[in-house]
Design a protein around this ligand. Structure first.
Ligand SMILES: [Zn+2]
Length: 433
């Protein structure tokens, strides 16, 4: 879980994202009868008594009333609120923080991590998240899981995978805090020093199968090193990373807490920021200039602060110091960004907090000043645009992937109802109940 540690961190991107096609498609026409339907979160318009017609994993039409046809299958959600499948822009599927996290790093094989990830992927999908971006995992484990889900070998959300984070030697994302012999064995090939070497690291990640390049622009809370939360890559390295990723059709997203790292990465042309803890007015202007998204990961800040101040703190002293520093500042950060007009894409850094709890982020976003509709937009249309997947996911319309969820109650008045998703359809396949 070095990838996980690199985890309490960030992401970005530009091009070649995975196909939304899925082997988990249904056969025959599906008629999803929705009591209330929020088809396009951009408008916020809720319609009543509609039927979403699905064929070959895609929506073919949305019609008035409750209709069906002989030979078709009806999904009765007349008592429910139906909306597009949710998107989490920042997870770590192959692990979960806990007292055994550091031991897992040296006891689990890549194959073990892929299997662990399959279990967490199922939990994530059942919680209503039909697409996720995994922003830090051992390369072969997460790419195998992504591809296995695509083939239909295991059930899970479609995954946009970064693989191993590009990081500086000794920084957040490298292996830290073990004996030197162990660290040499575990060190990922995505660690680099110097602009040319960082170009190599980016190119190698693309070669290995990364859909997006994730870097650790600053220190991070969960790396076991007292190296702070400030900028770690040099400006020249950041420029080389962004340039080499864009040349190969990949966006770059940066884990970043310290304002120096946030602003340097955005000045280098970076595509998005994960966490953003210490962002300032200059950062807000740079976000808007680049059209960059912020992925606030409020759940991660909330979780590490609660662990660090709780009776069973399993974090190391180096981690605890940083958790106490960054954790309590994240809500105010999201408020500053939102009020400043920064585009927000929903992301949780789940794997820090528990898989399946992802929708807990909605209430925190509302606490930071987003309306319930804005919070839902962040997890649908905004996240889809962030990954250049607006033509496929994020809203319900003819031609788009048939990713839908249903809840009881009205998420536009109480976002916590999204924490109890009762039905999930992914690419036209009914996966829950
Ligand atoms: Zn992370």
């Amino acid at each position: 879980m070095r990838r996980l540690l690199a985890g309490a961190c960030a992401l970005a991107l530009t091009g070649a994202l995975p196909s939304v096609a899925s082997a988990q498609s249904q056969t025959g026409t599906l008629f999803v009868q929705a009591g209330r339907l929020l088809a396009d979160p951009a408008t916020g318009k809720v319609e009543t008594a509609k039927t979403v017609v699905i064929d070959g994993g895609r929506i073919t039409r949305i019609v008035d009333g409750y209709v069906s046809e002989p030979g078709g299958k009806v999904v009765d959600l007349r008592d429910s609120f139906v909306l597009p499948g949710l998107i989490d822009s920042h997870v770590h599927l192959t692990g979960e923080q806990g007292p055994s996290s550091r031991l897992d790093e040296v006891t689990q094989s890549s194959a073990d991590q892929a299997m662990v990830g399959a279990g967490f992927a199922r939990k994530t999908l059942m919680a209503g998240f039909t697409t996720v971006a995994d922003l830090g995992a051992e390369n072969s484990a997460i790419f195998a899981l992504r591809d296995g889900i695509k083939r239909g070998d295991v059930i899970g959300p479609r995954i946009i995978a970064a693989g191993s984070a590009v990081s500086v030697h000794g920084g957040h994302g490298d292996v830290n805090g073990f004996s030197e012999e162990v660290m040499h064995v575990l060190r990922p090939g995505s660690v680099c020093s110097g602009a040319d070497d960082c170009r190599r690291a980016v190119r190698e990640q693309v070669w290995r199968g990364a859909d997006i390049i994730k870097i650790t622009a600053t220190g991070g809370v969960l790396s076991n090193t007292a190296a702070g939360l400030a900028q770690q890559f040099s400006d020249a390295e950041l420029a080389a990373i962004v340039d080499s990723a864009h040349r190969m059709g990949r966006k770059v997203t940066a884990h970043a807490h310290g304002v120096d790292g946030i602003n340097a990465f955005l000045k280098a042309g970076g595509d998005s920021i994960e966490h953003g803890t210490y962002l300032d007015a200059d950062s807000v202007a740079l976000f808007k200039k680049n059209g960059a998204y912020l992925v606030p990961t409020l759940m991660a800040g909330d979780f590490v602060y609660r662990i660090a101040t709780g009776p069973n703190n399993f974090l190391t002293p180096a981690q605890t110091t940083k958790a106490l520093d960054a954790g309590p500042k994240m809500l105010a950060m999201a408020r500053r960004a939102h009020e400043g007009g920064v585009k927000i894409a929903f992301g949780t850094d789940t794997g820090v907090s528990a898989h399946g709890d992802n929708a807990g982020e909605f209430a925190l976003l509302v606490k930071a000043g987003l309306t319930p509709l804005e919070a839902i937009q962040s997890a649908t249309i905004n996240a889809a645009a962030h990954f250049d997947l607006s033509a496929e996911i994020g809203s319900l319309a003819p031609g788009k992937a048939a990713d839908l969820i249903a809840v009881s109650g009205d998420p536009l008045s109480d976002v916590t109802v999204l924490q109890a998703v009762k039905a999930v359809i992914k690419a036209g396949a009914v996966v829950k109940p």
